[in-house]
Design a protein around this ligand. Sequence first.
Ligand SMILES: [Zn+2]
Length: 267
Amino acid sequence: MIWKPWEGYMAPFKLFGNIYFIGTRPASTHLIDTGDGLLILDSGYQESLYLVLENMRSLGFKPQDIRWIIHSHGHIDHSGATRALLEMFPHIKTYIGKDDLDMVTGARDTSWAKEFNMVFNTFTPDVLIHDGDTLTFGNTTFECMASPGHTPGTFSYFWNAIGDDGRVLRAGTMGGAGMNTLAAKYIHAEHLEAEDWRGHYGRTLDKCRKQHCDIFIGNHADQNNTAGRYQRLIAGDKDAFVDSSAWLQAIDKFQHAYDKVITNDPL
Ligand SMILES: [Zn+2]
Protein backbone atom coordinates (compact mmCIF):
# COMPACT_ATOMS: atom_id res chain seq x y z
CA MET A 1 0.00 0.00 0.00
CA ILE A 2 1.36 3.39 -0.96
CA TRP A 3 0.22 5.62 1.85
CA LYS A 4 -0.21 9.34 1.26
CA PRO A 5 -2.04 10.56 4.35
CA TRP A 6 -2.46 14.10 3.02
CA GLU A 7 -4.79 12.74 0.34
CA GLY A 8 -7.17 11.80 3.14
CA TYR A 9 -7.30 15.28 4.63
CA MET A 10 -10.66 16.54 5.79
CA ALA A 11 -11.27 19.92 7.39
CA PRO A 12 -12.00 19.59 11.11
CA PHE A 13 -15.25 20.95 12.46
CA LYS A 14 -17.58 21.16 15.40
CA LEU A 15 -20.10 18.40 14.75
CA PHE A 16 -22.64 19.08 17.52
CA GLY A 17 -22.28 20.61 20.98
CA ASN A 18 -19.07 19.28 22.48
CA ILE A 19 -18.35 16.73 19.69
CA TYR A 20 -15.76 17.59 17.04
CA PHE A 21 -14.59 15.76 13.92
CA ILE A 22 -10.78 15.81 13.71
CA GLY A 23 -10.15 12.72 11.57
CA THR A 24 -9.36 11.89 7.98
CA ARG A 25 -11.30 10.38 5.10
CA PRO A 26 -9.87 6.86 5.62
CA ALA A 27 -10.26 6.89 9.42
CA SER A 28 -12.55 9.02 11.56
CA THR A 29 -11.31 10.48 14.83
CA HIS A 30 -13.68 12.40 17.07
CA LEU A 31 -12.93 14.65 20.00
CA ILE A 32 -15.28 15.23 22.91
CA ASP A 33 -14.62 18.22 25.13
CA THR A 34 -15.82 16.79 28.44
CA GLY A 35 -15.26 20.00 30.38
CA ASP A 36 -12.67 18.14 32.43
CA GLY A 37 -10.22 17.20 29.69
CA LEU A 38 -10.40 15.95 26.12
CA LEU A 39 -11.54 12.52 25.05
CA ILE A 40 -10.45 11.04 21.73
CA LEU A 41 -12.63 8.41 20.10
CA ASP A 42 -10.32 6.33 17.85
CA SER A 43 -6.81 7.62 17.23
CA GLY A 44 -6.63 6.72 13.52
CA TYR A 45 -3.59 5.70 11.53
CA GLN A 46 -0.21 6.63 12.94
CA GLU A 47 0.72 8.01 9.51
CA SER A 48 -2.08 10.59 9.65
CA LEU A 49 -1.58 11.60 13.28
CA TYR A 50 0.04 14.86 12.21
CA LEU A 51 -3.23 15.81 10.50
CA VAL A 52 -5.26 14.91 13.59
CA LEU A 53 -3.00 17.01 15.83
CA GLU A 54 -3.11 19.93 13.41
CA ASN A 55 -6.89 19.62 13.23
CA MET A 56 -7.09 19.78 17.03
CA ARG A 57 -4.93 22.89 17.17
CA SER A 58 -6.84 24.64 14.42
CA LEU A 59 -10.04 24.18 16.46
CA GLY A 60 -8.31 25.72 19.48
CA PHE A 61 -7.54 22.52 21.40
CA LYS A 62 -4.18 21.49 22.81
CA PRO A 63 -3.06 17.89 22.26
CA GLN A 64 -1.55 17.85 25.75
CA ASP A 65 -5.09 18.23 27.13
CA ILE A 66 -6.09 14.77 25.86
CA ARG A 67 -6.89 12.67 28.93
CA TRP A 68 -8.52 9.59 27.41
CA ILE A 69 -8.45 7.56 24.19
CA ILE A 70 -11.39 5.20 23.68
CA HIS A 71 -11.19 2.69 20.81
CA SER A 72 -14.02 1.21 18.79
CA HIS A 73 -11.74 -1.75 18.07
CA GLY A 74 -8.10 -2.68 17.70
CA HIS A 75 -7.54 -2.40 13.96
CA ILE A 76 -4.71 -0.19 12.75
CA ASP A 77 -7.05 2.48 11.31
CA HIS A 78 -8.68 3.01 14.73
CA SER A 79 -5.84 2.49 17.20
CA GLY A 80 -2.70 2.82 15.08
CA ALA A 81 -1.76 6.28 16.41
CA THR A 82 -2.33 5.48 20.07
CA ARG A 83 1.21 4.35 20.81
CA ALA A 84 2.65 7.58 19.35
CA LEU A 85 0.21 9.67 21.41
CA LEU A 86 1.18 7.74 24.54
CA GLU A 87 4.86 8.35 23.89
CA MET A 88 4.17 12.09 23.57
CA PHE A 89 1.68 12.29 26.43
CA PRO A 90 2.21 9.40 28.87
CA HIS A 91 -0.58 10.62 31.15
CA ILE A 92 -3.27 9.58 28.62
CA LYS A 93 -5.45 6.68 29.77
CA THR A 94 -6.42 4.21 27.04
CA TYR A 95 -9.52 1.99 26.78
CA ILE A 96 -10.43 -0.93 24.52
CA GLY A 97 -12.87 -3.84 24.46
CA LYS A 98 -11.40 -6.71 26.46
CA ASP A 99 -11.38 -9.15 23.52
CA ASP A 100 -9.19 -6.88 21.38
CA LEU A 101 -6.42 -6.80 23.99
CA ASP A 102 -4.36 -9.41 22.08
CA MET A 103 -4.63 -7.32 18.94
CA VAL A 104 -3.19 -4.10 20.36
CA THR A 105 -0.49 -5.74 22.49
CA GLY A 106 0.65 -7.71 19.44
CA ALA A 107 0.01 -11.10 21.09
CA ARG A 108 -2.06 -11.89 17.98
CA ASP A 109 -1.13 -10.29 14.67
CA THR A 110 -4.68 -9.33 13.70
CA SER A 111 -4.49 -5.51 13.66
CA TRP A 112 -4.85 -5.62 9.85
CA ALA A 113 -1.38 -4.06 9.56
CA LYS A 114 0.07 -6.91 7.50
CA GLU A 115 -2.81 -6.73 5.00
CA PHE A 116 -2.03 -3.01 4.53
CA ASN A 117 1.72 -3.62 4.48
CA MET A 118 2.05 -1.30 7.47
CA VAL A 119 3.52 -1.54 10.96
CA PHE A 120 1.31 -1.52 14.05
CA ASN A 121 3.02 -0.02 17.07
CA THR A 122 1.61 -1.90 20.03
CA PHE A 123 0.43 -0.57 23.37
CA THR A 124 -1.02 -1.92 26.59
CA PRO A 125 -4.43 -0.41 27.36
CA ASP A 126 -5.12 0.86 30.87
CA VAL A 127 -8.76 -0.22 30.94
CA LEU A 128 -10.46 -3.22 29.34
CA ILE A 129 -14.12 -2.57 28.56
CA HIS A 130 -16.83 -5.13 29.30
CA ASP A 131 -20.35 -5.32 27.89
CA GLY A 132 -22.68 -2.96 29.73
CA ASP A 133 -19.95 -0.84 31.30
CA THR A 134 -20.73 2.82 31.81
CA LEU A 135 -17.72 5.08 31.77
CA THR A 136 -17.84 8.70 32.85
CA PHE A 137 -15.45 11.33 31.51
CA GLY A 138 -16.22 14.82 32.78
CA ASN A 139 -19.70 15.75 31.53
CA THR A 140 -20.00 12.67 29.29
CA THR A 141 -21.02 9.12 30.20
CA PHE A 142 -20.48 6.35 27.67
CA GLU A 143 -22.76 3.32 27.60
CA CYS A 144 -20.61 0.51 26.21
CA MET A 145 -22.22 -2.22 24.11
CA ALA A 146 -20.15 -5.23 23.08
CA SER A 147 -20.45 -5.52 19.29
CA PRO A 148 -18.35 -8.55 18.30
CA GLY A 149 -18.16 -9.65 14.69
CA HIS A 150 -15.90 -7.25 12.86
CA THR A 151 -13.36 -8.00 15.60
CA PRO A 152 -13.92 -9.96 18.83
CA GLY A 153 -13.60 -6.85 21.01
CA THR A 154 -15.49 -4.29 18.93
CA PHE A 155 -17.58 -1.92 21.06
CA SER A 156 -20.35 0.51 20.18
CA TYR A 157 -20.77 3.55 22.40
CA PHE A 158 -23.79 5.70 23.20
CA TRP A 159 -23.83 8.92 25.16
CA ASN A 160 -25.83 12.08 25.77
CA ALA A 161 -24.46 14.98 23.75
CA ILE A 162 -25.29 18.44 25.02
CA GLY A 163 -26.04 21.05 22.35
CA ASP A 164 -25.11 24.71 22.63
CA ASP A 165 -28.81 25.45 23.10
CA GLY A 166 -29.08 22.96 25.99
CA ARG A 167 -30.70 20.15 24.00
CA VAL A 168 -29.62 16.70 25.13
CA LEU A 169 -29.42 14.26 22.22
CA ARG A 170 -28.28 10.66 22.12
CA ALA A 171 -25.13 10.16 20.08
CA GLY A 172 -23.83 6.76 19.12
CA THR A 173 -21.35 4.74 17.11
CA MET A 174 -21.42 1.31 15.52
CA GLY A 175 -17.95 0.13 16.47
CA GLY A 176 -17.08 -2.06 13.51
CA ALA A 177 -19.14 -2.45 10.37
CA GLY A 178 -16.56 -3.58 7.80
CA MET A 179 -17.12 -6.89 6.01
CA ASN A 180 -13.41 -7.53 5.38
CA THR A 181 -13.12 -9.82 8.40
CA LEU A 182 -16.22 -11.80 7.41
CA ALA A 183 -14.72 -13.10 4.16
CA ALA A 184 -14.38 -16.88 4.05
CA LYS A 185 -10.74 -16.50 3.01
CA TYR A 186 -9.97 -14.40 6.11
CA ILE A 187 -11.89 -16.69 8.46
CA HIS A 188 -10.00 -19.75 7.18
CA ALA A 189 -6.62 -17.99 7.25
CA GLU A 190 -7.16 -16.91 10.87
CA HIS A 191 -8.72 -20.28 11.89
CA LEU A 192 -11.92 -18.67 13.13
CA GLU A 193 -14.34 -21.34 11.86
CA ALA A 194 -15.07 -22.71 15.33
CA GLU A 195 -15.89 -19.33 16.85
CA ASP A 196 -19.15 -18.65 15.00
CA TRP A 197 -17.50 -15.46 13.80
CA ARG A 198 -20.25 -14.51 11.35
CA GLY A 199 -22.96 -15.34 13.88
CA HIS A 200 -21.56 -12.74 16.27
CA TYR A 201 -21.84 -10.09 13.60
CA GLY A 202 -25.48 -10.94 12.87
CA ARG A 203 -26.37 -10.79 16.58
CA THR A 204 -24.55 -7.45 16.90
CA LEU A 205 -26.75 -6.01 14.14
CA ASP A 206 -29.84 -7.25 16.03
CA LYS A 207 -28.62 -5.49 19.20
CA CYS A 208 -27.85 -2.29 17.28
CA ARG A 209 -31.34 -2.22 15.81
CA LYS A 210 -32.80 -1.89 19.32
CA GLN A 211 -30.78 1.25 20.00
CA HIS A 212 -31.93 4.78 19.37
CA CYS A 213 -29.57 7.45 18.09
CA ASP A 214 -30.25 11.09 17.30
CA ILE A 215 -26.69 11.66 16.10
CA PHE A 216 -24.94 8.79 14.35
CA ILE A 217 -21.18 9.19 14.65
CA GLY A 218 -19.48 7.26 11.85
CA ASN A 219 -16.14 5.66 12.56
CA HIS A 220 -15.54 5.87 8.82
CA ALA A 221 -16.70 8.95 6.93
CA ASP A 222 -18.88 7.02 4.50
CA GLN A 223 -20.97 5.48 7.31
CA ASN A 224 -22.82 8.70 8.14
CA ASN A 225 -21.97 10.78 5.05
CA THR A 226 -19.60 12.91 7.13
CA ALA A 227 -18.46 14.98 4.13
CA GLY A 228 -21.97 15.69 2.83
CA ARG A 229 -23.29 16.61 6.27
CA TYR A 230 -20.24 18.85 6.79
CA GLN A 231 -21.16 20.73 3.60
CA ARG A 232 -24.68 21.28 4.96
CA LEU A 233 -23.23 22.35 8.30
CA ILE A 234 -20.99 25.03 6.82
CA ALA A 235 -23.91 26.17 4.62
CA GLY A 236 -25.73 27.06 7.84
CA ASP A 237 -27.60 23.89 8.87
CA LYS A 238 -26.46 23.59 12.50
CA ASP A 239 -28.37 20.30 12.82
CA ALA A 240 -26.79 18.64 9.79
CA PHE A 241 -25.76 15.68 11.97
CA VAL A 242 -29.01 15.49 13.92
CA ASP A 243 -30.99 12.80 12.12
CA SER A 244 -32.75 10.10 14.10
CA SER A 245 -33.26 7.97 10.98
CA ALA A 246 -29.56 7.82 10.01
CA TRP A 247 -28.71 5.15 12.57
CA LEU A 248 -31.30 2.59 11.45
CA GLN A 249 -30.61 3.35 7.80
CA ALA A 250 -26.96 2.52 8.41
CA ILE A 251 -27.81 -0.68 10.29
CA ASP A 252 -30.05 -1.72 7.37
CA LYS A 253 -27.17 -1.04 4.98
CA PHE A 254 -24.81 -3.15 7.07
CA GLN A 255 -27.45 -5.91 7.27
CA HIS A 256 -27.78 -5.91 3.48
CA ALA A 257 -24.01 -6.19 3.02
CA TYR A 258 -23.87 -8.91 5.69
CA ASP A 259 -26.65 -10.93 4.01
CA LYS A 260 -24.78 -10.68 0.71
CA VAL A 261 -21.61 -12.08 2.30
CA ILE A 262 -23.55 -14.99 3.82
CA THR A 263 -25.19 -15.76 0.47
CA ASN A 264 -22.28 -15.18 -1.89
CA ASP A 265 -19.25 -16.27 0.15
CA PRO A 266 -20.05 -19.59 1.88
CA LEU A 267 -17.60 -20.89 4.46
ZN1 LIG B 1 -11.70 -2.57 11.54
